[in-house]
Write a protein that binds this ligand. Structure first.
Ligand SMILES: Cc1cc2nc3c(=O)[nH]c(=O)nc-3n(C[C@H](O)[C@H](O)[C@H](O)COP(=O)(O)OP(=O)(O)OC[C@H]3O[C@@H](n4cnc5c(N)ncnc54)[C@H](O)[C@@H]3O)c2cc1C
Length: 325
C-alpha cells in the first residue's frame, strides 16, 4: 500500500474542500476502498474520512424516505420504515456481506463500491477498468460469474451492489453535493455502461459526494421483494438477483418494476419490457414473454450462459413473492 494523507473534516464544507485536493478520495466504512488499496488497485494520495459528517439520519416523510449516505447498511436494513414500506431494500442489504461488514459499510459506499471481477482486483492482468485501454482479460478468461447484459469488448465485469438493484426497482434518487452546489440524479441515470470507457462507472463528478438516497414510498414499494441467488447462502455476491415490485388489481398487472443484479455491468432495468406486463394477468406465459424481451440483448459466453435460465426462474419467483405480499 502506498503512503497517503488522512484528512478528517468536521463539516460538509471542509470535506468538499479536502476532496478538491489532487488525488483525494472519500472514505466511509473503508470496507471496499481500503481493501482495494491493499491490493494496489487503488492508490489515492489522500483519504478524506467523511464519517463525522451529519449524513447518518433516516428521515421519513409523507411519501418518501431519505437515507443519509453514512447510514450503516445494518441500520437501514433494520429501520422499521424501510422494513415495512420498502422491504426489498432491507432484504437486499441483509443478503450482502456479513453482520460485521454491514455494521461498518455505508449506503453511499455500497453504491460506489467497485466490481469484484478477479481481473480488476489483480493488478497483473489486463483490465480497462483499472488501466484504461489495456483490454479485458475476462473476455477470454474465467468468466462464469461475469455479466450477460450491458457488456462491451472492453468490460464484462458485474456490478456488485445488491442495494442498488433494490433502489433501481423503487425509482430512488441520489442526492449529490459538490463545491458547485447540490444536485439530484435518478439512480437509473447514475451508473454508466462500460462501452469503451469502463473506468468511468458513475455520474459522480470529481470532488462530489453522495449525501443521501431518496426513495418514494409507493404502493408497489410496499410489496417489493429482493431475491438473491448465489453460490452459498451467506457472505457471497449475487450470481443473479431480482428486485420485484408488482401491484395486481382486478386480476391484471397495474404497476410493475423489476431490476436485476449479478448479471449486468450496471444494475439492470428495462422499462419497455415492463410495459408489456401491464394490463396482463401475472401468469407464467406473460412473465416468460417479459423475460424474452428483457433478455433479448443478452450476450453470453459458454461459461456464463447458465445465468439466463437462472434469471428467468428468479424473476418468476420474485414476482410471485411480490404479488402475494
Ligand atoms: C467480504 C465482503 C462481502 C461483501 N458482500 C457484499 C454483497 O453480497 N452485496 C453487496 O452489495 N455488497 C457486498 N459487500 C460490499 C460492502 O457492502 C461494501 O464494501 C460497502 O457497502 C462499502 O461501503 P463503505 O462505507 O465501506 O465504502 P468505502 O470502502 O469507504 O468506499 C467505497 C467507495 O465509495 C466511495 N464513497 C464512499 N462514500 C461516499 C460518499 N458518501 N460519496 C461519494 N463517494 C463515496 C469511496 O470513495 C470509495 O470509492 C461486501 C464486502 C465485503 C468486504
Amino acid at each position: 500500500m502506498r503512503p497517503f494523507d488522512l484528512i478528517r473534516p468536521e463539516s460538509l464544507d471542509e470535506a468538499l474542500k479536502a476532496l478538491a485536493l489532487p488525488g483525494a478520495r472519500a472514505v466511509a466504512g473503508g470496507t471496499n476502498l481500503v481493501d482495494l488499496m491493499k491490493l494496489s488497485v487503488e492508490a489515492p494520495a489522500a483519504l478524506v474520512d467523511i464519517r463525522r459528517l451529519p449524513l447518518h439520519e433516516i428521515s421519513l416523510g409523507a411519501d418518501t424516505v431519505v437515507m443519509g449516505a453514512l447510514v450503516a447498511n445494518s441500520a437501514a436494513a433494520a429501520d422499521p420504515a424501510i422494513v415495512l414500506q420498502a422491504p426489498a431494500i432491507s432484504e437486499a442489504l441483509l443478503s450482502g456481506a456479513s453482520g460485521q461488514i454491514r455494521n461498518a459499510a455505508t449506503l453511499g459506499g455500497n453504491l460506489l463500491q467497485r466490481t469484484r471481477c478477479g481481473y480488476f482486483r489483480a493488478a497483473d492482468w489486463a483490465c480497462g477498468k483499472r488501466e484504461p485501454g489495456s483490454g479485458c482479460a475476462a473476455a477470454t478468461g474465467i468468466n462464469a460469474g461475469h455479466a450477460v447484459l450491458g457488456t462491451s469488448p472492453h468490460c464484462m465485469a458485474v456490478h456488485p451492489s445488491d442495494l442498488a438493484v433494490a433502489l433501481l426497482a423503487l425509482d430512488a434518487t441520489v442526492h449529490l453535493r459538490s463545491r458547485d452546489g447540490a444536485r439530484r440524479i435518478p439512480l437509473g441515470d447514475f451508473y454508466r455502461l462500460p462501452a469503451d470507457t469502463p473506468h468511468i462507472e458513475t455520474a459522480l463528478a470529481s470532488g462530489e459526494l453522495v449525501t443521501a438516497i431518496e426513495v418514494p414510498l409507493t404502493a408497489p414499494a410496499k410489496t417489493s421483494r429482493y431475491l438473491k441467488l448465489r453460490g452459498r447462502a451467506s457472505y457471497e455476491f449475487a450470481t443473479a438477483s431480482v428486485a420485484a415490485a408488482v401491484l395486481v388489481e382486478h386480476g391484471v398487472v397495474a404497476e410493475v418494476a423489476i431490476a436485476l443484479g449479478g448479471v449486468g455491468t450496471v444494475p439492470w432495468r428495462d422499462r419497455a419490457a415492463e410495459a408489456q406486463l401491464v394490463g396482463r394477468p401475472l401468469s407464467a406465459p406473460s412473465i416468460e414473454a417479459f423475460c424474452d424481451a428483457l433478455l433479448a440483448g443478452a450476450v453470453t459466453t459458454p461459461a456464463n450462459a447458465y445465468k439466463l435460465p437462472l434469471l428467468r426462474g428468479a424473476i418468476h419467483r420474485a414476482l410471485e413473492r411480490s404479488a402475494t405480499s
